[in-house]
Design a protein. Sequence first.
Lengths: 113, 119
Amino acid sequence: DQQVKQNSPSLSVQEGRISILNCDYTNSMFDYFLWYKKYPAEGPTFLISISSIKDKNEDGRFTVFLNKSAKHLSLHIVPSQPGDSAVYFCAATLSGTASKLTFGTGTRLQVTL
Amino acid sequence: EAGVTQFPSHSVIEKGQTVTLRCDPISGHDNLYWYRRVMGKEIKFLLHFVKESKQDESGMPNNRFLAERTGGTYSTLKVQPAELEDSGVYFCASSHFGLAGGSTYNEQFFGPGTRLTVL
């Protein structure tokens, strides 16, 4: 039973436009959410996170939105750059603990020139 | 500061053989995690050490997998005997123990992974 879902395996966006990556979760116990970025042959690297007490968190070109009632979060990248091309993983966990991360299957983002 | 390192980067073995993967966490990180990604699927949790103790091993697939963290530093993950379905990329991650002021979650830093292929 997959508790974190990323239903779009891939996304192609033109440079300079907005990239929107989506994630849904089923476990209402999750209260902390993260996005990780992964390049080939490298491990995932932390990108941005959000606590369930917020509905938005912004860091430069990256913004994460959380809709708790819909159990949905999204990552917005604007403007998209070629270096953003990577696989993006959504993850969920319990705050205030060192709990495991529960990941989605990832979305491969391709930013074209 | 050195990141999480894993050895080997690749391993190709035959079904029935034994393989041992090693992870060196970031110095001072008491939390150490093992995850696995089977091709195209999600990154799945295997287990979590706090120092040398197993905090959560709910993700270990079966008793062919044995993880150790002697002395609370590096960790090894042994697969014996390996089966075809064990193929995948094994990631190790580490994080601080205890929450740093104001933080609600300690970031997990991942290593580059070990790609295991069982033929």
